[in-house]
Structures are given as structure tokens and as C-alpha cells.
Design a protein around this ligand. Structure first.
Ligand SMILES: NC(=O)c1ccc[n+]([C@@H]2O[C@H](COP(=O)([O-])OP(=O)(O)OC[C@H]3O[C@@H](n4cnc5c(N)ncnc54)[C@H](OP(=O)(O)O)[C@@H]3O)[C@@H](O)[C@H]2O)c1
Length: 265
């Protein structure tokens, strides 16, 4: 049995892979860059007694989700856990952004996630117990200026996961969506988090390993929506009591500042 993780070579995806390996789960890691895939699989194989296979593929390509399924079938990998984790973030002024910028977020964060779920679901249903874990984001809860396409893509992931959960109710497949706040992973997130001030860094930012441990634990318990970190859950609760316009302007100011700092680098 295998756990298929998109974006399993780096960041949260790699942390999810390590967390699963620690629980004895065999892994299928999917990403674009071979060197990072090789590093992750070597590191995990050396530390844990699990099988790790990798597929180098660009999930922006129209035929990529089908190719991932074909690879699993050709190699005889039985998948009982699908983790749709690959995603692309960023902060940009929509008006001046390129078409490729928006397209990448739609293709990876939305299209690949939906199509891979559709393609792998029949395979998941052949097992007595199976799981889907989607990596969303706390930005799913707010329309965030300068992250308009990204936050909308994560709102899509949240609503898609909730809706599919209803369709899968009573079946052996459960679905979980994990919505982290900031996590220091790639250079972009490091720089963006550094522009957010001391309080945010201290109380809100979490390590990829913490996110992964919580996500896998809740997934195995069949929980639908997971927001890691007490402070992050309080933020969502409080924000629901504040008029949307006020909250949105506050959030937008944070990301305007982030954008200005990025441009000055
Ligand atoms: N970091 C945060 O603060 C944060 C907060 C909330 C939610 N998230 C979400 O968590 C997930 C992981 O984010 P991260 O910060 O861990 O990102 P990351 O460190 O940049 O890792 C992204 C992973 O996805 C893969 N990937 C990216 N584009 C791909 C493509 N076109 N085709 C195939 N694989 C692709 C990358 O490998 P290659 O580059 O080799 O393809 C890498 O393995 C994303 O869905 C993100 O939206 C992150």
C-alpha cells in the first residue's frame, strides 16, 4: 500500500512524507525537480524502513494527473492515501501580474488537485480504508488583496473538500483539508514571513513538521477541516465577529507591506 504525495520533495510535502514514513507508510513522491525528489527519497529511505518511489512531473501540464495515475497502474502501486499538497503561493498586484502567474496557481492549486482526486478515487475505493488529504491554507477564509488568485484557489480547495466529504459520507474514504497559516518552507515564504513583524512570527508561524504531524493525525481520525495552532483557530473565530470590510482592509495592509518589501529587495 502506498501514500501518494504531490509536492512531496520539499517543504510541507516533504514533512508529510517523513511523518508518514515514521508511521511505516510507503511513499510515492511527485514533483518537478529530480534532484530534490532524489534527496528526499534517499533521506527517508535511510531513516525509515519504507519503500519510496518518485515521479518527476510538472502538474501544470494538462495530461499530468492522468500520467500520475498511469504510472501507479503501470508499476502496480496500490494507493490508499492521496495527499494533494503541491501548491504555489506568492504576493503580487493582480493588475500587473502575468497571465502565467495566475495560470500556474489555477493549474497546480486547483486543476491538478481536482483531476487527481477524481482519477485516484476509484482506486481508493478498492481498499477497506482510504484517505484524501488536501493542503489548503488559512487564506481560504479571507479574500486577500495581492493574493487574490492564491486565496481564491485555497477557498476552492476548502469548499471542494467540504462538498466531496458529503458525497463520500458513509464510504470507506475520508477527506481532510489542512489550512495552515505561515510556514517557513521555500525562500519566498521565508522573506514574506520576515516582513510580518515579531508578534506574527512568534504566535502564528509554525514549522512544517508540526503541521505534518497534526495533519496526518487528524486525517487518520477522519477529521474534515484542520487549522493547526490554537492562535490561528482564535484568529478565524474572532474574524467572523468583525465586519468583513474592516477585516479585509487589515489583511490587505499586511500583504501590501509584504509586496512593497519584496519589490525593494
Ligand atoms: N509555506 C506556507 O506558509 C504555507 C501556508 C499555507 C499553505 N501552504 C500550502 O502548502 C503547500 C506546500 O507549500 P510549501 O510552502 O511547502 O511549498 P514549497 O516548499 O515551495 O514546496 C512545494 C512542493 O510542490 C512542488 N511543486 C510546485 N509546483 C509544482 C508543479 N508545477 N508540478 C509538480 N510539483 C510542483 C515542489 O517541487 P518542484 O518545485 O520540484 O516541482 C515542492 O515539492 C502548498 O499547497 C501551499 O499553498 C503553505
Amino acid at each position: 500500500m502506498y501514500t501518494l504525495i504531490t509536492g512531496g520533495s520539499l517543504g510541507i510535502g516533504k514533512a508529510l512524507a517523513r511523518e508518514c514514513a515514521g508511521r511505516g507508510m510507503n511513499l510515492l513522491l511527485v514533483a518537478r525537480h529530480e534532484a530534490e525528489l532524489d534527496n528526499a527519497s534517499r533521506e527517508i529511505r535511510e531513516e525509515f524502513s519504507v519503500r519510496v518511489e518518485t515521479l518527476q512531473i510538472d502538474l501544470r501540464a494538462p495530461e499530468a494527473p492522468q500520467k500520475v495515475l498511469d504510472w501507479c497502474r503501470r508499476e502496480g502501486y496500490a494507493v490508499n492515501v492521496l495527499m494533494n499538497n503541491a501548491g504555489v503561493a506568492g504576493t503580487v498586484k493582480f493588475e500587473t501580474s502575468t497571465l502565467e502567474y495566475s495560470d500556474e496557481r489555477i493549474l497546480v492549486n486547483v486543476r491538478a488537485l481536482v483531476l487527481l482526486t477524481r482519477l485516484v478515487l476509484p482506486e481508493l475505493k478498492t481498499h477497506p480504508r482510504a484517505y484524501i488529504l488536501n493542503t489548503g491554507s488559512m487564506s481560504a477564509y479571507y479574500p486577500i488583496a495581492y493574493k487574490s488568485v492564491y486565496s481564491a484557489s485555497k477557498a476552492f480547495v476548502l469548499i471542494f473538500s467540504r462538498a466531496l466529504n458529503e458525497e463520500l459520507r458513509g464510504s470507506q474514504v475520508s477527506i481532510t483539508v489542512v489550512n495552515p497559516n505561515g510556514v517557513r518552507t521555500n525562500t519566498g515564504t521565508h522573506n514574506r514571513i520576515d516582513s510580518h513583524g515579531r508578534l506574527t512570527k512568534r504566535f502564528v508561524i509554525m514549522e512544517a513538521e508540526e503541521i505534518a504531524a497534526i495533519a496526518v493525525d487528524k486525517m487518520l481520525k477522519g477529521k474534515l477541516v484542520v487549522v493547526p495552532g490554537f492562535v490561528n483557530r482564535v484568529i478565524i473565530f474572532v474574524s467572523r465577529m468583525i465586519p468583513r470590510g474592516i477585516w479585509q482592509r487589515k489583511a490587505s495592509n499586511i500583504f501590501r507591506k509584504e509586496l512593497l518589501e519584496e519589490q525593494s529587495v
